[in-house]
Ligand binder design. Structure first.
Ligand SMILES: [Zn+2]
Length: 288
């Protein structure tokens, strides 16, 4: 594991971004158990590591890593030596560029970023080789398979997760409506700064998005904690919902909310309780 620290100063405020990268461990990717063990060992050596990469116990981290790095299907053509081209300095530059743009919005004093390699077929084929995950309030995971142009995808995933860091309601307790708003905002937020629209925001068209949304009706109140599969099905696909429906629905909802808005106050938008958006006239027709 390689570690680094970036310090930002903005007015009287200091922000520290800690980076822990496991890209240098990619030569262990041939063996799932071995890779996970080496990650756990590296983390154990870190004195200031209070929780384990944002998780309360080893088991939950192991589950997350297996899902996000190895998937049920591994990418058959990977070469671990592709990671050696990515130095931690490169990651630092990308993080610095992102934070410099949104610095003025951040109240956080510290952000921890864990960088992992991934050979998940899904991440490589469907997500342009980069995926992100918010492990805890200010603890971000980014998983990378460096396809051509991965740098922009890295920034996109990092911005998306930073948006979640600024949403006080973002947790397993959020209900389905809050979850749709959270993801829609995160995607619109990254689009605003990067001018890039991700494929999961156009997995279905707006008409279909409204159709699915209207049928959700009472399901909108169901929490992620108690109805995990409902949330997963809507965001990651099932018999009932096409892949990424949730991301697209959220994106279109926020698109309507932001319509004709000249100056977007991201801080306010990200901190607003999503239930207040239900009263927004611009999305009234989603409920009719
Ligand atoms: Zn998200």
């Amino acid at each position: 594991m390689e570690t680094d620290l970036i310090k930002f100063t903005n007015k009287n405020k200091e922000i520290f971004v800690k980076i822990k990268s496991f890209l240098d461990r990619s030569n262990f990717l041939n063996n799932k158990e071995e890779f996970i063990n080496i990650v756990l060992k590296d983390l154990k050596k870190q004195k200031e590591e209070k929780n384990i990469a944002g998780f309360l116990n080893k088991k939950s981290l192991q589950y997350q890593l297996k899902r996000e790095i190895f998937d049920s299907k591994q990418y058959p053509f990977f070469h671990y030596n592709i990671y050696h081209k990515i130095k931690i300095e490169k990651i630092k530059i990308l993080i610095r560029e992102v934070i410099e743009d949104i610095n003025y919005l951040l109240d956080l004093e510290e952000i921890s970023t864990y960088i992992f390699p991934t050979i998940s077929n899904f991440v490589i084929k469907k997500m342009n080789g980069v995926s992100g995950f918010l492990a805890w309030k200010n603890i971000i995971h980014i998983y990378i398979y460096p396809l051509k142009g991965w740098e922009k995808n890295f920034k996109s995933a990092f911005l998306h997760e930073l948006a979640h860091c600024m949403q006080p309601y973002y947790s397993y307790k959020m209900n389905l409506f809050e979850h749709l708003i959270a993801e829609g905002l995160a995607e619109q937020f990254q689009r605003y700064y990067l001018k890039k629209r991700n494929p999961w925001t156009k997995a279905i068209n707006k008409k279909k998005a409204k159709e699915i949304f209207k049928k959700l009706d009472k399901k909108l109140d169901k929490s992620m904690e108690k109805n995990y599969s409902l949330h997963m099905n809507l965001f990651f696909g099932s018999k009932e919902y096409p892949l990424w429906s949730g991301y697209s629905i959220g994106f279109y909802l926020i698109e309507d909310i932001l319509e004709k808005e000249k100056h977007i106050n991201w801080k306010k938008l990200l901190e607003t309780n999503p239930s207040l958006f239900k009263k927004n006239k611009k999305i009234k027709n989603w409920f009719e």
